[in-house]
Design a protein around this ligand. Structure first.
Ligand code: GRF
Length: 205
């Protein structure tokens, strides 16, 4: 059996992609390798990061397709061809259709910058500040057909200081993301994640 292979989907800066690539290079990803970056914005900074790390990158433009299902069918074929075991969304700013979700059920995860189910969707950090919560954080969850609604795999809390700003809370949350996401991916590579209904169990070593 070959190495456990991960594809990362991203649309923007790629700080999580970088953290995962660094973890793989340093042997902190449970033996997993990042086999592919998929990006829906060819000019996004994350594309340059993939080039710098030598990770294969596939870019496409959703506007070139009539419907989402059309490009997702191509993506599923590509992921199978590249023998991808786990799809990791890291700032991929598009909802997935059932084409992707059903092809990778139980093998498709996302990271979200709040303690779900609080503040799903866009600008979770702004929503949390606006609401005035004292504690926010990071959630890694399975992806289902909804917006940030899938079973929760791991969460880390981040306190919201009284003087917190969008920038300071974003920095604190992203620092937590960069350690949590590689850890969760290593659990998958080590086959330690079990899903029953909505309940996720991580088998201890
Ligand atoms: C992260 O904060 C992640 O939680 C959210 O989008 C952001 C992506 O940041 N889903 P980056 O592109 O990984 O730097």
């Amino acid at each position: 059996m070959g190495a456990y292979r991960v594809a990362v989907f991203a649309s923007g800066q790629g700080s999580n992609f970088q953290a995962l690539a660094d973890a793989a290079a340093e042997g902190r990803l449970g033996g997993a390798e990042i086999g592919l970056l998929v990006c829906d914005k060819p000019a996004a900074p994350v594309v340059g990061r993939a080039q710098a790390t030598g990770i294969e990158c596939y870019t496409f433009q959703p506007k070139d397709y009539a419907v989402r299902e059309d490009y997702e069918r191509e993506l599923v074929a590509l992921l199978h061809e590249k023998e991808i075991d786990l799809v990791v969304l890291a700032g991929y700013m598009r909802l997935l259709s059932s084409v992707m979700v059903e092809a990778f059920t139980g093998r498709l995860i996302n990271i979200h910058p709040s303690l779900l189910p609080a503040f799903p969707g866009k600008d979770a950090i702004g929503q949390a500040l606006q609401y005035g919560v004292k504690l926010s954080g990071v959630t890694v969850h399975f992806v289902d057909g909804g917006m940030d609604t899938g079973p929760i795999i791991a969460q880390r809390a981040v306190p919201v200081a009284e003087e917190a700003t969008q920038e300071s809370l974003t920095a604190a949350i992203q620092a937590e993301e960069r350690t949590l996401y590689p850890e969760v991916v290593s659990w998958f590579a080590e086959e330690r994640v079990k899903l029953e209904g909505r309940k996720v169990t991580v088998i201890r070593r």
